[in-house]
Structure formats: C-alpha cells, structure tokens
Design a protein around this ligand. Sequence first.
Ligand code: 5AD
Ligand code: SF4
Length: 375
Amino acid sequence: MAKQYKIITYGCQMNEHESEKLAGFLTEEGYEPAEDKADADVIVLNTCCVRAGAESRVYGNLGALLPLKRQKPSLILAVCGCMAQNEQAFETLKTRYPYVDIVFGTHNFDKFREFLRRRTEAGERVLEREESNGPIVEGGVYRRDKKSRAYVNIMYGCDNFCSYCIVPYVRGRERSREPRYILQEIGELIERGAKEFTLLGQNVNSYLGEENGTATDFPGLLRRIDGLRGDFTFTFMTSHPKDLSDDTIEAVAMCAKLKKEIHLPVQSGGDAILSAMNRNYTAARYLDRLDKIRARIPACAVSSDIIVGFPGETEADFQATLALVRRARFSTLFMFMYSERPGTPAAEMPDKVPEAVKKRRLKELIELQRELLKN
Ligand code: 5AD
Ligand code: SF4
C-alpha cells in the first residue's frame, strides 16, 4: 500500500495554496492523501502566526499528536510555514517539541522533498530556517484537488510593514512573478477545465512583473489574463487602499471575466490609529477610493478587514470605525481583536487596550455589521 500523508493548514489562502504545493511534492514522492490522521505516514502542519490564537492552535494540535507519534514512532511530523519562520517559535519547536521531525520556514518550501528524504533515508532531524528569501523558484507542482477553482500566486512577501503585522517578517520582501509564468499556469489550468481563479498576493496592487526589459503593472496583468481564451472568471486578493489605482478600478470595470468584487481592508476608521498602524491613508482617502469604485462599478461588492483594540484606540477612534462601517456598506467584513505580535512596532506601543474592552468593541462591531446586512 502507498504511503499516506495528511496536511493540516492554518491561516490564509496563501497557506492553502502552499499546502497544494506540499501535496504536489508528496504525490511526486509516491504518497497518497490519508482519510484519517491515524493512517498517515507523514503529517504536515502548515502554520500561521498572524494572531496569537493561530499559534496556540498549532501548539495545541502538536500536543494532541504526541500519543499518535508514541504509538507509531515511524510517523513523520513536520511543522512549516509562517510560524516556523518566526525565530522565537522556531526555537520553541526545536527545543520544546523534540518529537517534531522536520521544521522549516517559508523561505525553504521548495526543499521539502529534500528534507523528507533526509528524514526517511538518513534518519536526520531536519531544522531549517533561512533568514531571507531568495529569488522565486518557478515550476512548482501543485496538487489541486478542486478541478474548477484554482489559486494562482502572482507575488510573494510584503513591504508595507503595517505596525501590527508579522507578515513582512515571516514572508520576506515583495517579489512579483513574471507575467509569462502566471499566464502559462492559468492557460494550462483552463485547458484542464478550471473555471474560476483567485490571484493571490499580500498587496496585489503593487505587483510589478518584469520580462524582457518591460514591466507589467497590476492592471496590465489583469488585462492580459482577461484576454486569455476560454470560459472562466477570476478575482484577486488582497488590495491595499494606498495602492489601489484608478487604472486598477478601470481594469475591474472593463475586464469582462473579472468578477466585480474587491477585498479592501480598512483596518480602522480613526485617522490617528491608521497613522499609528502605518497604513498611509486617512479614513477620508479610503472613502474616496470606495466612492470611486462604486461610481465606476455600481454592482461591485467590497469586503474589508478591521482590527479593534489597537494600542491607543480611544472610544472616539472606535466610534469613527463604526461610522465608517455604517457609511461603507461592506458586503463582507472580517473583524479581529488586536493581537500583539512580538517583534512588531505596535508591540512596543503604550496604552494597550484591555482585553475586556477589545471584546466589547468587537461584539459591537459584529452587531452593527449584522444589522447593516439586514437592511
Ligand atoms: N492582530 C489582529 N489582526 C491582525 N491582522 C493582521 N495582523 C493582526 C494582528 N496583529 C488582520 C488584518 C489583516 C488580516 C489578514 O489579519 O486585519 O488584514
Ligand atoms: Fe500585513 Fe500590512 Fe502587509 Fe497586509 S499590507 S500583509 S496587513 S504588513
């Protein structure tokens, strides 16, 4: 019987997609997906560290896997991704979880097959974390289990350094894939019957692909994808309000295959908080972008993310967030309590908001959004 694997993915779409790459590698190595964890020969935890909750779930799950590992010592446990890339978490995994066989960060995903062999053939415990990212490695084999829908990465990393966010530290600098590879990948997927694509990147608006000395910007890429032959639709995430250009709005309006939806995280409605978050826009500027989208594409669905309880957030700042939400009429809103991430600038900021206040604000915001969706 073939060896079996189980991949447990935490966090965002980018992670989901990278798990498809791990699954591709495992398939090439002769593994098949396991129905149940208990049947697996390899269990991979592809982790997230954007909020503390995501990390504690990983540690909890690792604890729960210990009996399985004791029962079946040949089981290979691997932990990878954003949390493993974080220096502190990497050390914790190394020292406090000795039964984890393979730990690797976001910058050495492409070496997973090699790591697996080092474990299976040489019996080595593999602990690999590279400080910085190298160039993009093309030619990854993804195992996509859904035939009709596919994620396609257009860029990696983030250069924005929003003060609360750990992502730039664990995913490295912004790098855009060359348009020809993106177009080729989508073309092949269309041929195999894919009908719906989601383009992925931390800040897709700053996409800048170079090939043969010419640059393609994000709206340019959208137009080139829209021009591909075939019966398909596509969408993209995530946009940063400071970089969402008029030309991108125009491309969304004009590209027939592009779905009329934009995920545009606002994070807060208070200008002092937006500034402390290093978001580089004001609430008024955000609403200007929103009005522009709606004037040009009346049917466009706009979704957003909001963090409540950022350090220094006053009641007035929170009221400004509620006012913005009332005015914005988001089709979907993802709402979070601020979670302190060691190593980020916000972790050093004074005036931390008490947990109970954060909870109350989150509840109020959720209720407001629910009411707004009823009308
Ligand atoms: N605490 C709470 N939420 C966060 N996000 C990012 N970092 C944090 C944090 N430290 C949220 C933002 C982002 C979404 C993906 O996660 O709203 O847009
Ligand atoms: Fe984090 Fe800001 Fe980059 Fe988004 S744009 S990944 S919130 S630093």
